[in-house]
Write a protein that binds this ligand. Structure first.
Ligand code: 2BA
Length: 109
Protein backbone atom coordinates (compact mmCIF):
# COMPACT_ATOMS: atom_id res chain seq x y z
CA UNK A 1 0.00 0.00 0.00
CA UNK A 2 1.24 3.49 -0.85
CA UNK A 3 0.13 7.00 -0.01
CA UNK A 4 0.36 9.38 -2.94
CA UNK A 5 0.39 13.08 -2.13
CA UNK A 6 0.15 15.37 -5.14
CA UNK A 7 0.31 19.16 -5.07
CA UNK A 8 -1.55 20.35 -8.15
CA UNK A 9 -3.18 23.45 -9.58
CA UNK A 10 -6.70 24.23 -8.33
CA UNK A 11 -7.91 24.39 -11.93
CA UNK A 12 -6.78 20.82 -12.63
CA UNK A 13 -8.12 19.34 -9.40
CA UNK A 14 -11.67 18.57 -10.49
CA UNK A 15 -10.55 16.96 -13.76
CA UNK A 16 -8.11 14.76 -11.85
CA UNK A 17 -10.72 13.83 -9.24
CA UNK A 18 -13.32 13.01 -11.88
CA UNK A 19 -11.00 10.57 -13.57
CA UNK A 20 -9.76 9.09 -10.29
CA UNK A 21 -13.36 8.38 -9.24
CA UNK A 22 -14.15 6.96 -12.67
CA UNK A 23 -11.19 4.58 -12.46
CA UNK A 24 -12.00 3.53 -8.87
CA UNK A 25 -9.32 5.42 -6.95
CA UNK A 26 -10.14 6.99 -3.57
CA UNK A 27 -8.86 10.50 -2.96
CA UNK A 28 -9.11 13.32 -0.46
CA UNK A 29 -8.76 16.90 -1.63
CA UNK A 30 -7.11 19.41 0.67
CA UNK A 31 -6.93 23.16 0.13
CA UNK A 32 -3.26 24.09 0.46
CA UNK A 33 -0.97 27.08 -0.01
CA UNK A 34 2.38 27.11 -1.78
CA UNK A 35 5.22 28.25 0.45
CA UNK A 36 6.88 30.27 -2.30
CA UNK A 37 4.04 31.98 -4.16
CA UNK A 38 1.78 32.02 -1.08
CA UNK A 39 -1.15 31.32 -3.35
CA UNK A 40 -3.73 28.56 -3.20
CA UNK A 41 -3.15 25.13 -4.65
CA UNK A 42 -4.66 21.70 -4.09
CA UNK A 43 -3.12 18.71 -2.37
CA UNK A 44 -4.64 15.34 -3.14
CA UNK A 45 -3.97 12.41 -0.83
CA UNK A 46 -4.70 8.96 -2.18
CA UNK A 47 -4.19 5.63 -0.47
CA UNK A 48 -3.66 3.03 -3.16
CA UNK A 49 -2.51 -0.57 -3.59
CA UNK A 50 1.13 -0.61 -4.74
CA UNK A 51 0.28 -2.23 -8.07
CA UNK A 52 -2.15 0.60 -8.93
CA UNK A 53 0.23 3.50 -8.21
CA UNK A 54 1.41 3.79 -11.81
CA UNK A 55 -2.16 4.09 -13.08
CA UNK A 56 -2.79 6.87 -10.58
CA UNK A 57 0.38 8.73 -11.57
CA UNK A 58 -0.60 8.47 -15.23
CA UNK A 59 -3.93 10.18 -14.52
CA UNK A 60 -2.23 13.01 -12.64
CA UNK A 61 0.34 13.40 -15.40
CA UNK A 62 -2.36 13.45 -18.09
CA UNK A 63 -4.62 15.98 -16.37
CA UNK A 64 -2.15 18.44 -14.82
CA UNK A 65 -0.34 20.98 -16.90
CA UNK A 66 2.45 23.40 -16.07
CA UNK A 67 1.62 27.09 -15.98
CA UNK A 68 3.70 30.22 -15.95
CA UNK A 69 2.98 32.59 -13.11
CA UNK A 70 4.36 36.02 -12.35
CA UNK A 71 5.36 36.76 -8.80
CA UNK A 72 7.06 39.64 -7.06
CA UNK A 73 8.00 37.47 -4.06
CA UNK A 74 11.63 36.76 -4.86
CA UNK A 75 15.20 37.60 -4.12
CA UNK A 76 15.23 39.98 -7.13
CA UNK A 77 14.88 43.63 -6.15
CA UNK A 78 15.94 46.93 -7.64
CA UNK A 79 16.99 49.91 -5.58
CA UNK A 80 14.98 52.94 -6.73
CA UNK A 81 16.30 55.95 -4.81
CA UNK A 82 16.91 54.15 -1.52
CA UNK A 83 13.65 52.15 -1.55
CA UNK A 84 13.66 48.55 -2.73
CA UNK A 85 11.07 47.62 -5.36
CA UNK A 86 10.36 43.92 -5.89
CA UNK A 87 11.05 42.74 -9.43
CA UNK A 88 8.37 40.66 -11.13
CA UNK A 89 9.71 37.18 -11.76
CA UNK A 90 8.19 34.46 -13.92
CA UNK A 91 8.08 30.96 -12.44
CA UNK A 92 6.82 27.72 -13.95
CA UNK A 93 4.39 25.99 -11.60
CA UNK A 94 3.54 22.29 -11.82
CA UNK A 95 1.97 20.18 -13.54
CA UNK A 96 2.22 18.34 -10.24
CA UNK A 97 4.60 17.76 -7.36
CA UNK A 98 4.13 14.17 -6.28
CA UNK A 99 5.28 12.23 -3.24
CA UNK A 100 4.82 8.46 -3.02
CA UNK A 101 5.13 7.13 0.54
CA UNK A 102 5.08 3.61 1.95
CA UNK A 103 2.11 2.97 4.21
CA UNK A 104 2.87 0.97 7.35
CA UNK A 105 -0.74 0.30 8.20
CA UNK A 106 -4.11 1.08 6.65
CA UNK A 107 -7.32 0.63 8.59
CA UNK A 108 -10.94 1.63 8.26
CA UNK A 109 -12.95 1.15 11.46
P1 2BA B 1 5.02 27.16 -4.33
O1 2BA B 1 5.87 26.87 -3.15
O2 2BA B 1 4.11 28.34 -4.25
O3 2BA B 1 5.98 27.26 -5.60
C1 2BA B 1 5.49 27.63 -6.87
C2 2BA B 1 6.60 27.59 -7.89
O4 2BA B 1 7.59 28.56 -7.56
C3 2BA B 1 7.35 26.26 -7.94
O5 2BA B 1 6.66 25.36 -8.79
C4 2BA B 1 8.71 26.66 -8.46
O6 2BA B 1 8.70 26.81 -9.88
C5 2BA B 1 8.89 28.06 -7.88
N1 2BA B 1 9.66 28.05 -6.64
C6 2BA B 1 9.34 27.43 -5.48
N2 2BA B 1 10.26 27.67 -4.53
C7 2BA B 1 11.19 28.45 -5.11
C8 2BA B 1 12.40 29.06 -4.65
N3 2BA B 1 12.83 28.90 -3.39
N4 2BA B 1 13.10 29.83 -5.54
C9 2BA B 1 12.67 30.02 -6.80
N5 2BA B 1 11.53 29.49 -7.29
C10 2BA B 1 10.80 28.71 -6.46
P2 2BA B 1 6.67 23.80 -8.46
O7 2BA B 1 8.05 23.34 -8.13
O8 2BA B 1 5.94 23.14 -9.56
O9 2BA B 1 5.82 23.65 -7.11
C11 2BA B 1 4.41 23.85 -7.06
C12 2BA B 1 3.93 23.72 -5.64
O10 2BA B 1 4.20 22.37 -5.18
C13 2BA B 1 4.65 24.60 -4.64
O11 2BA B 1 4.06 25.89 -4.62
C14 2BA B 1 4.45 23.85 -3.32
O12 2BA B 1 3.14 24.07 -2.82
C15 2BA B 1 4.54 22.40 -3.78
N6 2BA B 1 5.90 21.88 -3.63
C16 2BA B 1 6.88 21.88 -4.57
N7 2BA B 1 7.98 21.27 -4.12
C17 2BA B 1 7.69 20.86 -2.86
C18 2BA B 1 8.42 20.17 -1.85
N8 2BA B 1 9.71 19.77 -2.05
N9 2BA B 1 7.80 19.93 -0.67
C19 2BA B 1 6.51 20.31 -0.46
N10 2BA B 1 5.76 20.97 -1.37
C20 2BA B 1 6.35 21.25 -2.54
Amino acid sequence: MKLVMAVINDEDAFHVMDELAEKGYSATKLASTGGFLRSGNTTLICGVESERVNGLLEIIEKKCRARKQITSISAGHINVSESYVPLPVEVTVGGATIFVLNVEEFKKV
